[in-house]
Design a protein around this ligand. Structure first.
Ligand SMILES: [Zn+2]
Length: 385
């Protein structure tokens, strides 16, 4: 139950790296410092020591937007629905916390199914949450009410992804939108959860108009407005930057695999760095690509790793009020990724103090009993990538 990562280059919330040892007890980070062999040898229980010389250690990544039940089929029929996202894909992407969402299809992709997937993730060892709803207003809920869902269902942390500027949903009536957003806000306030309204922003010319009008006509906390797919155009990013300056959170997905372009554009145009997060939008794409995208940004596009990681960790934890996640600090959850300094290859993943990936091999143990059917729904038996 006790693990010590020694000689690691640790990523701190300030964005810099320091050389240190990390003590993990159970599911928590209990100490960060320099521990002597003599001190380690005095533990009255067995200690697993992992030499992290030549490795970086950073908080596990948080993916704030992915379609755990699979994506809506928009390729001309039911056959084109994408299958559920696998736990193994998250692990190989360095992702230890996920937030599931429904999309355009809230008929065959349902909240009970999404919630069941979330619960399965939690049972297997990653941390999972979800938004309630989908593109439509009124949102499809579990209990019949957004507010009640937030209050009574621990895994539900906000409403979404509500579609704006998109041909697949009508632009929401302002009063309806306010009702839903405030229900999520109050549900979050009463339970200590984020209570965000998570917007899917389409490619319509109205862009973020509905969010601006919502905030000007109603009393809305800007930090509860969280918009994704904002990297569709420079005009949309410009509007996102204006709202981010007011305290809203905006998210870029990596579906097009061009994060470097939009990240540079955001920075160069004065986007507040604390308000930007990055998601996989997995469904068609995979959360495994999150780590590939980080490597690409750093190794091919010279974006400093220290700058980049906060958009996958600290900022996301702040947007979604995950107070014990997204940072390598004493008392935080032991969600850690350990990767090579040389080529940023992911070597180990720890979630809540348990190995999910060790020496690039999956360590998952829980699985459904499918001996008579030859497939592995959570890919728990896969041993390499
Ligand atoms: Zn979307």
């Amino acid at each position: 139950m006790i693990k010590i990562l020694t000689n690691a280059e640790c990523y701190l919330p300030e964005g810099n790296f320091i050389r240190a040892d990390v003590l993990v007890v159970g599911s928590k980070i209990c100490a960060i410092g320099t521990f002597s062999n003599d001190w380690i040898s005095k533990f009255p229980v067995s200690v697993e020591t992992i030499d992290c010389e030549n490795f970086f250690v950073a908080p596990g990544l948080i993916d704030p937007h992915l379609h755990l039940s699979g994506g809506s089929g928009e390729g001309g029929g039911f056959f084109s629905q994408s299958p559920q996202v696998l736990v193994s894909e998250c692990v190989f992407g360095g992702v230890t916390t996920v937030v599931g969402t429904l999309g355009v299809d809230t008929t065959t992709k349902t909240m009970p199914d999404l919630l069941a997937k979330v619960k399965a993730y939690n049972e297997i060892g990653l941390k999972a949450y979800c938004y309630v709803g989908g593109y439509d207003i009124p949102p499809k809920t579990i209990t019949g009410s957004v507010r009640d869902d937030l209050i009574f269902i621990p895994e539900i942390i906000g409403v979404g992804e509500l579609a704006i500027a998109d041909g697949r949903a009508p632009e929401p009536d302002l009063k309806d939108l306010a009702r839903v957003s405030i229900d999520a806000y109050v549900g979050g306030m009463l339970t200590g959860k984020a209570g965000v309204t998570h917007f899917h922003v389409g490619d319509g010319a109205v862009r973020l108009k509905s969010v601006r009008e919502l905030m000007s006509h109603h009393v809305i906390d800007p930090s509860k407005m969280y918009m994704t797919h904002v990297e569709r155009s420079e005009a949309l990013v410009d509007e996102g930057i204006e709202l981010a300056k007011k305290g809203c959170f905006i998210d870029f997905d990596i579906h097009e695999r061009d994060l470097h372009r939009w990240y540079k554009y955001y920075r160069e145009n004065g986007g507040p760095l604390t308000q930007l997060t990055v998601s996989s939008d997995a469904g068609v794409s995979s959360p495994k690509e999150v780590w590939e995208e980080i490597r690409k940004c750093v190794l091919e596009h010279d974006i400093p790793l220290g700058n980049l990681l906060s958009h996958f960790t600290l900022n996301t934890a702040k947007a979604l009020k995950f107070s014990s996640k997204g940072k390598l600090c004493i008392g935080c959850d032991a969600d850690l990724i350990i990767f090579s300094k040389n080529d940023l290859e992911l070597n180990h993943v720890l979630a809540h103090g348990k190995w999910m990936l060790k020496d690039q091999k999956l360590q998952l143990t829980r699985q459904p009993h499918l001996e008579r059917r030859k497939f592995d729904i959570y890919e728990v038996h896969q041993t390499s990538n």
